[in-house]
Design a protein around this ligand. Structure first.
Ligand SMILES: Cc1cc2nc3c(=O)[nH]c(=O)nc-3n(C[C@H](O)[C@H](O)[C@H](O)COP(=O)(O)O)c2cc1C
Length: 197
C-alpha cells in the first residue's frame, strides 16, 4: 500500500473542496490510500498530524492564498515541521501542492513556491502539475483543465462572495484530481524503484 497524505488548511471551506478533489484523484489509483489531514488553527497540537505524515510516502500541501501567502495556520504547520526536519524524516518522500484564492491569479504562485521551498528543505522530491496551460487561446474555455495556467501545482479560484458549494469550479476540481492522481502514480513508481534498488 502506498500512502498519500494531503495536509491542508481551509478557513471557509473552499480549499477543503479542492483537497477532497485531490484525494479523489489519488484514490482512483489502485493500491493508494489517501488521507486528508485538515489543519484547524495555528495554535493546535501538530504532533498527531506529524506522526501520520511520517508514515506517508507522499505529502501534498494545500492552503488558501491569504495576502499572497500560505495562511497563518498552514505556516504554523510549516514551522512545526522543523521537528521532523531535524532528523530529515521526510527525505525522499514525494511532495506536491495546491492552493485556492479569490482572484484568478491572486498571487497564488507565491504560496506554491513556499511549498516548493518547504519540500526542498525536507529533501523531498517535488511533483509538478504536469498539465499544459488551459484557456489560453481562442479555442480555450473556463472549463479547461488547468484553466489558470499554473505549472508548479494545482490552482483554484473561488468567488469571494460565494460559499464552497459554488467555488472552486468543476474545472479546478478536475485539475486538483489530476494532481492527486499524478502524485499517487509517481509515489507508487518511486516506491517500487526504491524497493528494487
Ligand atoms: C485574510 C485573507 C486574505 C486573502 N488574501 C487573498 C489574496 O492575497 N489573493 C486572493 O486572490 N484572494 C485572497 N483572499 C481570498 C481567499 O483566498 C478566498 O476567499 C479563498 O477561497 C478562501 O479559501 P478557504 O475558504 O479555503 O479559506 C483572502 C482571504 C482572506 C480571508
Amino acid at each position: 500500500m502506498t500512502r498519500v497524505a494531503i495536509v491542508y488548511h481551509s478557513g471557509y471551506g473552499h480549499t477543503h473542496e479542492q483537497a477532497k478533489a485531490v484525494a479523489a484523484g489519488a484514490a482512483s489509483v489502485p493500491g493508494i490510500e489517501p488521507e486528508l489531514l485538515r489543519i484547524e488553527n495555528a495554535g493546535q497540537d501538530f504532533a498527531p498530524v506529524l506522526a501520520k505524515l511520517e508514515k506517508a510516502d507522499a505529502i501534498i500541501f494545500g492552503s488558501p492564498t491569504y495576502m499572497g501567502s500560505a495562511s497563518a495556520p498552514f505556516k504554523a504547520f510549516m514551522e512545526a515541521s522543523s521537528k521532523p526536519w531535524f532528523e530529515q524524516k521526510w527525505r525522499n518522500k514525494m511532495a506536491a501542492g495546491f492552493t485556492n484564492s479569490g482572484s484568478q491569479s491572486g498571487d497564488k504562485e507565491s504560496t506554491l513556491m513556499q511549498f516548493v521551498t518547504l519540500a526542498a528543505q525536507h529533501g523531498m522530491v517535488w511533483v509538478s502539475l504536469g498539465l499544459p496551460p488551459g484557456n489560453n487561446s481562442t479555442k480555450g474555455s473556463v472549463e479547461d483543465f488547468n484553466r489558470l495556467g499554473i505549472s508548479i501545482g494545482a490552482g483554484a479560484q473561488s468567488p469571494v462572495d460565494a460559499g464552497p458549494d459554488v467555488g472552486p469550479s468543476a474545472s479546478d476540481k478536475k485539475t486538483a484530481e489530476h494532481l492527486g492522481r499524478r502524485v499517487a502514480e509517481a509515489a507508487k513508481q518511486w516506491n517500487s524503484a526504491l524497493i528494487d534498488a
